[in-house]
Write a protein of this length. Structure first.
Length: 241
């Protein structure tokens, strides 16, 4: 019997890969440049790990934003009702921040360095990620392995993907972008309502979500991402004073 065991380890971004003299056939590879051939299902296993890491990064960003807002950390949803409430609460809080900005600040460039340069860019970023989540869901539930995060991209090329999203958002104005975001938020809420607690929060229930749950994907696409966006808007608001 052969046990195929995988390990995940964390290292500093500037760490230099090294191989000991005792290891004669060990090499390091970028996650999007794997050698051929790879063991059966290894790319799928790796994609699951990368998706889980991306989710945890979003959770940390959301916790940081809530802490900066003075609200402490919000318990992670474990039921459909909690998930719906967290998503709606964070979404309404985000829109309230936008509505509280002076009219000229809604179109003004941010005073700080960031990929997203205006309120429109932040809301557009959320909307496009909504559409991506809806696409993952549609493919995954149909038994088609979804392209996560997007066709032609892996989690290691996330900065390039987000840059493409930014460029895509430049064609629409803020009112159009906001309306699209409100619509895609509603579609995600409807999807969440269509599932039971068990369907949402049982890990590995659906093959396409890997080792995590469908609910975890929804959290990352809604409340956690909204908290990240709210942090950007608050930073913009502080710079206006």
């Amino acid at each position: 019997m052969h046990w195929d065991i995988g390990f995940v380890a964390f290292a500093d971004a500037d760490a230099v890969p090294a191989v000991s003299a005792e290891s004669e056939a060990v090499e390091w590879f970028d996650v999007d440049q794997l050698p051929e051939p790879t063991p059966p299902r290894f790319p799928a296993r790796l994609a699951t790990v990368l998706a889980e890491l991306a989710y945890r990064r979003e959770e940390l960003r959301g916790a940081e934003a809530r802490s900066l807002a003075g609200g402490g950390t919000m318990p992670r949803p474990t039921t459909k009702d909690e998930l719906l409430a967290a998503s709606d609460e964070q979404f309404r809080a985000l829109l309230a921040l936008v509505d509280g900005l002076p009219a000229d600040a809604l179109k003004q460039e941010f005073a700080f360095e960031d990929r997203d340069r205006r309120v429109r860019d932040v809301l557009g970023h959320l909307h496009v990620w909504h559409l991506m989540m809806l696409g993952w869901y549609e493919d995954g539930m149909a038994g088609i392995p979804p392209a996560i995060p997007a066709p032609g991209h892996s989690w290691s090329t996330l900065p390039a993907l987000n840059a493409e999203i930014w460029q895509r958002c430049q064609a629409a104005d803020l009112p159009t972008t906001r309306a699209a975001l409100e619509a895609s938020h509603g579609r995600l809420q409807d999807l969440i309502r269509s599932h039971t607690d068990a369907e949402l929060f049982t890990k590995k229930r659906y093959p396409w979500t890997g080792s995590t749950s469908l609910g975890a994907y929804f959290v990352s696409s809604t409340s956690s991402h909204y908290a990240w966006a709210a942090k950007k808007i608050r930073q913009h608001r502080r710079a206006l004073v």
